[in-house]
Write a protein that binds this ligand. Structure first.
Ligand SMILES: NC(=O)c1ccc[n+]([C@@H]2O[C@H](COP(=O)([O-])OP(=O)(O)OC[C@H]3O[C@@H](n4cnc5c(N)ncnc54)[C@H](O)[C@@H]3O)[C@@H](O)[C@H]2O)c1
Ligand SMILES: [Zn+2]
Ligand SMILES: [Zn+2]
Length: 361
């Protein structure tokens, strides 16, 4: 029996989001319905509303969530009703050329539920990143559910479902940050601050946080930044070089994702250093660099999908670090809000007032 619940949808480009009634079908084979307990507001939700991802409106927004499995479809064995899970947006297939080579984190054929959630009039909804968790319940592929320690608060654990995992993974998995490295992070919202926290976990010696807002820089210090630079007042490339003996950082993480910050990241890294792009550009953006500099500076230019994470490996591990007090996930939760407050939360995100607003259900 399908069920009706509340959900936050984006109906048209740039229009304010709406809280409305949505219809959740029973889970089909390999699928699960999850009772959502918390869902963070990520910048990618705003990208969806702005038409920056695609134009398959209406979207059911929200994708950074923890909840409890309510029901599962045929053939689902790794989770069952009652399990406390964090949702992921890259359920690996196990069959594609990446998976077959043991590189599951790159799976080229990740999947979502096939059954469709709809509006009451039957209009099919496009769930953000195949999740759609600004809702009382959502339907996902069972592989999108990863069991974690139920003692972790949903607001904190859910953040691992997107931005915080992406940031931590951009540093540790993609950037390969290790003991003694110098790291610079450009853009210290939820994702960038998590890259700072990940760099500290990995033992970086120097962590330079760059943002336009002093408030973000103060928060970044709390997560482990040893130095900060406000990009309104200083040229980030010069500031980062100055703080690294004139050379640049071993790893520079662009957590904004615009040509200007990418170019800054490119020139703010040391010779043979690594650039990690984790911020998501829009389709119109272009970058122009002297090819000789690309060659001459050596090193690696990498992009980080979801922090190159493997949910089955990384979510339980990071939740354990959190429950042990070694990873401050609570520090990312600036405020807890209701389902009707998402539009206001977008405005606060754009003003730079929050690291994460988290919808609690
Ligand atoms: N790669 C992934 O898998 C992944 C996952 C989640 C989010 N993202 C993307 O990461 C980006 C950041 O997301 P977020 O949720 O942290 O957003 P956010 O809005 O919370 O943070 C962005 C931060 O960048 C700062 N900023 C903006 N322009 C800047 C500039 N020119 N120089 C320095 N700082 C600047 C802002 O002040 C803000 O603090 C977005 O593009 C989002 O879509 C990527
Ligand atoms: Zn695969
Ligand atoms: Zn996200």
């Amino acid at each position: 029996m399908s069920q009706q619940v509340r959900g936050v949808i984006s109906r048209a480009k740039g229009a304010p989001v709406e809280l409305t009634t949505i219809v959740i079908p029973d889970p089909g084979p390999g699928e699960a319905v999850v009772d959502i307990r918390a869902c963070g507001v990520c910048h990618t939700d705003l990208h969806y509303r702005e038409g920056g991802i695609n134009d398959e409106y209406p979207f059911l927004l929200g994708h950074e969530a923890a909840g409890v499995v309510e029901s599962v479809g045929a053939g689902v064995t790794h989770v069952r009703p009652g399990d406390y899970v964090v949702l992921n947006w890259r359920a690996v297939c196990g069959e594609c050329r990446a998976c077959k080579r043991g590189r599951l984190q790159y799976c080229f054929d990740t999947h979502n539920a096939e059954r469709k959630m709809t509006l009451e009039d039957g209009t099919e909804l496009e769930p953000a990143l195949g999740i759609g968790a600004f809702s009382d319940k959502t339907l996902v592929a069972a592989g999108q559910c990863t069991k974690v320690d139920p003692s972790a608060s949903p607001a904190a654990a859910g953040l691992l479902g997107c931005g915080i995992m992406a940031g931590i993974g951009a540093a540790i998995n993609t950037g390969g940050v290790g003991r003694g490295d110098s790291v610079a992070v450009i853009g210290c919202g939820g994702v960038g601050s998590a890259a700072v926290a990940g760099s500290r976990l990995a033992g970086a010696e120097r962590i330079i946080a760059v943002d336009l807002e002093d408030r973000k820089l103060d928060w970044a210090r709390g997560f482990g930044a040893t130095h900060t630079a406000n990009a309104r007042e200083n040229d980030p490339v010069e500031a980062i070089r100055e703080l690294t003996g004139g050379f640049g950082a071993d790893v520079v993480i662009d957590a904004v994702g615009i040509p200007q910050t990418y170019e800054q990241a490119f020139y703010a890294r040391d010779l043979a250093g690594t650039v990690v792009l984790v911020g998501v550009p829009t389709p119109d953006m272009r970058i122009e660099l002297p090819l000789l500099d690309v060659f001459g500076r050596g090193g690696a230019l990498k992009s980080s999908w979801y922090g190159d994470c493997l949910p089955s490996r990384d979510f339980p591990m990071l939740v354990d670090l959190y429950t042990q007090g070694r990873l401050d996930l609570d520090g990312f939760v600036t405020e807890e809000i209701g389902l009707g407050d998402v539009e206001d939360a977008f405005a606060r995100m754009e003003r730079g007032d929050v690291l994460r607003s988290v919808v609690r259900l």
